[in-house]
Design a binder for this molecule. Structure first.
Ligand SMILES: Nc1ncnc2c1ncn2[C@@H]1O[C@H](COS(=O)(=O)NC(=O)[C@@H](N)CS)[C@@H](O)[C@H]1O
Length: 437
């Protein structure tokens, strides 16, 4: 993409209401624009990253055997009356009446709706196990939306729902999601720690939050440092095998959110293994048995011919929150430092003198070669001053910068900079291309 033809409304200063670095940088980097409290327009650069994060989440859900669908954002209140959550959910629920005075709502989550889809189509245990998921916008009328996408009112969530004939089956589904989450966050370049968690309005008696450590995190968390070094399963992990040992390797060590913290157990750890920090919850998984299937009549005929309500779990990832979490975990004074896996463009080509024949030719050649190699470069062909160009490409956090100027070219070199380390090298254009691709 040529910057002269893109839409990248960089801000010199972050609006004063942005209190944490990720909120400031997402606004300054022209990634999003607030339209009302907790509700954002995703501008081109932010939307590109959102789609890349979403795609990694999708790939790891699919690898685990979950099946993607798409449920609507607007739901009927009747469904929520069946589960008893319509009144219990409280003011966070955005309630709407349509032109026929029907009571509707903007879905904060989809347990009732997925249970309705299941009960309308599945009757036999032979159709189980089943895990259905979607990646869909949610609305929660948070009393105090803050920190940008970290606590929005309209936000993107991946929510998966599992159906099994009994608790043992549901626990297998839970372990599959547990492993899928470990892989997802690792691919995003994040160290997410699974912590026993409270179940809250979703319900059930088994739940883990996946927390990444960040000084601006909203939750206080405590864990055994060894968890930070526990290996995450590779892409060849057998989701049909026994995942209990993998889950055990994470759950056998101490890790708890503030609500579940056991000071004595924590103190029993050797001093150098005690980590207490702030954390950002990027995912949350729940087993809640027949909480929804019982009242809503979602049941299957078992091998013994008896009809029984299915055992369910739900598994959420905060897809839009992850952009904030990624920036909190990976930034410096100059701006964002995207992991290669989600960077909006693979490289920035910076022309120090547009209009100079040699510089234009070298930039065009680099642009074509990188594009052909699938790097998806952003070429700053504008007539902004070099200093402003360096500031912009640092701010938006592209992993590689290829800087082309007349002096370097006269010596047969361009400057290649690795954003994460700041490392710079004067190399030939060809070797710069080879290094990036
Ligand atoms: N207000 C919000 N803004 C941004 N992300 C949010 C918000 N509320 C929750 N999330 C993200 O969504 C994830 C799942 O939300 S949840 O309430 O924990 N779980 C559920 O809704 C279950 N139905 C999982 S399918 C959270 O871990 C968090 O990362």
């Amino acid at each position: 993409m040529r910057l002269s033809r893109y839409f990248l409304p960089i801000l010199k200063e972050a609006p004063k209401e942005a209190e944490i670095v990720s909120h400031r940088l997402m606004l300054r980097a022209g990634m999003m624009k607030q339209q009302s409290a907790g509700i954002y327009a995703w501008l081109p650069l932010g939307f590109k990253v959102l789609q890349k994060v979403e795609q990694i989440v999708r790939e790891e859900q699919d690898r685990s055997g979950a099946i993607e669908l798409m449920m609507p954002t607007i739901q009927s209140a009747d469904l929520w009356r069946e589960s008893g959550r319509y009144d219990a959910y409280g003011k966070e629920m955005l309630r709407i009446t349509d032109r026929h005075e029907r009571e509707m709502l903007y879905g904060p989550t989809n347990e009732e709706m997925i249970t309705d889809i299941f009960r309308s189509n599945v009757r036999s245990y032979r159709d189980l196990p089943l895990n259905l998921y979607h990646i869909q916008w949610k609305f929660r009328d948070e009393i105090r939306p803050r920190f940008g996408v970290m606590r929005g009112r309209e936000f993107l969530m991946k929510d998966a729902y599992s159906f099994d004939v009994d608790r043992a089956g549901a626990e297998r589904a839970y372990r599959k999601m547990f492993v899928a989450y470990l892989r997802t966050f690792e691919r995003l370049g994040l160290k997410a720690i699974p912590m026993r968690a409270d179940t809250g309005p979703i319900g059930g008696d088994l739940s883990h939050e996946f927390i990444i450590l960040a000084s601006t995190g909203e939750s206080a968390v405590f864990c055994d440092r060894e968890l930070l070094e526990t290996p995450v399963p590779g892409a060849d992990v057998d989701f049909d095998g026994d995942l209990a040992p993998i889950v055990e390797s994470f759950t056998s060590r101490y890790a708890a959110t503030e609500e579940m913290h056991d000071e004595a157990a924590f103190a029993a750890l050797p001093e150098d293994r005690r980590v207490s920090a702030r954390g950002i919850e990027v995912g949350h998984i729940f087993y809640f048995g027949t909480k929804y299937s019982e009242p809503m009549g979602a049941k299957v005929t078992g091998p013994d011919g008896q009809e029984k309500p299915v055992h369910m779990g739900s598994y959420g990832v905060g897809v839009s929150r992850l952009l904030g979490a990624l920036i909190e975990a990976s930034h410096d004074d100059a701006g964002i430092v995207w992991p290669d896996s989600v960077a909006p463009f693979g490289a920035g080509i910076v022309s120090l003198r547009p209009g100079d024949g040699a510089v234009d030719a070298a930039c065009q050649s680099a642009y074509e070669q990188l594009a052909a190699a699938g790097v998806d470069p952003l070429y700053d062909d504008t007539d902004a001053r070099p200093g402003a160009k360096f500031a912009t490409v640092d701010l938006i956090g592209l992993p590689w910068q290829l800087i082309v100027g007349p002096k370097g070219l006269a010596e047969g070199t361009v400057e290649l900079k690795r954003r994460a380390t700041g490392e710079k090298q004067a190399v030939s254009l060809e070797s710069a291309i080879a290094r990036i691709t």
